[in-house]
Write a protein that binds this ligand. Sequence first.
Ligand code: TXA
Ligand code: MG
Length: 342
Amino acid sequence: MKTFIYKADHEHIEQAAELLRKGEIVAIPTETVYGLAANGLDAEAVAKIFAAKGRPQDNPLILHISDFSMLEDIAEEIPEFAKKLADKFWPGPLTMIFPKKNIVPAETCGGLDTVAVRMPKQEFTRELIRKCGFPLAAPSANTSGLPSPTAAVHVFEDMNGKIPLIMDGGECACGVESTVITFENSGLRVLRPGAITPEMLRKYTQVTVDSGVLQKLAPNVRALSPGMKYKHYSPKAEVYIADGTIEQLCGYLKINSYGKIAVLCGESDEIPDFCIRLPYGDTSEQQAEHLFASLREADALGCDAVYVMMPEQTGMGLAVYNRLLRAAAFRIIKLHEQGEQP
Ligand code: TXA
Ligand code: MG
């Protein structure tokens, strides 16, 4: 199959809608990462997404809606509080989990009786959903296990020959996937951190950050969000989180590193000459924007290892840290404790 890339604009929107109406897959831009979209109410169309990504069948998809009324078609029960959050944060990077209506096929939800829903910010994408008249199931448009795509060219790297069309909406503003929350009696639980931070949500209710956000799931524990149990976001290069100062990391690299090394650090941080500097940034927002693209770039350059400075663990930093822990398979180099002697 030939994979076309069209600009995400009014000239091309009808071609995308037509493919989606026919049960095909189209990659779509969102404010978080690119999504691999298909009719979320059509089990056969959804099966094509799982096949293109190589995604385990029990990992449920998010349904993307254009208007609040679409939520009423797919969610069995909408807590009052969810309406308040939708008012405040939709369209935007917040995914909420509801009991699902029968119209949503089991295949979309990985066999669960709940459905995850979000309204993306990208104007083009909401217009596309409106034209289709059905919600779009859309996981991140990467091959399962690889870093999520934040540019159309990343989608092409993974999906060339597997899908008919990629809509190019430029680079994604957030760079990490949406915040996923579920409702509990006493408030809500964050299953995956994103740009809508626990601090922002705490203004409205009690917020628990699920233990799976920063910890490896024990093999016998049932994941509240099935996605958390899979290997994620990993480039081919080995990723390490550097917990310490940039000077400590430089000292460590001079003694310990081998092969081609990339470092993700602050703009003014100095790194050894033998290392390749990849874009990262000084704020959590910048780091979120660049993380996945830089991990992909490390592979494109044939790096053996990537060292990433430890992010903040609050605000948007929590989302960066959550993705990074998985990309690094939880490998943290504690430079404080190592001193000069590793
Ligand atoms: O920003 C995003 O959310 C992007 C863009 C394309 O919208 N999408 C995305 O989808 O990240 P995906 O499939 O890569 O991640 C969805 C996450 C997975 O961890 C999945 O397990 C969880 O949401 N999820 C989906 N439905 C769920 C449900 N009913 N209950 C619990 N977790 C669910
Ligand atoms: Mg994903």
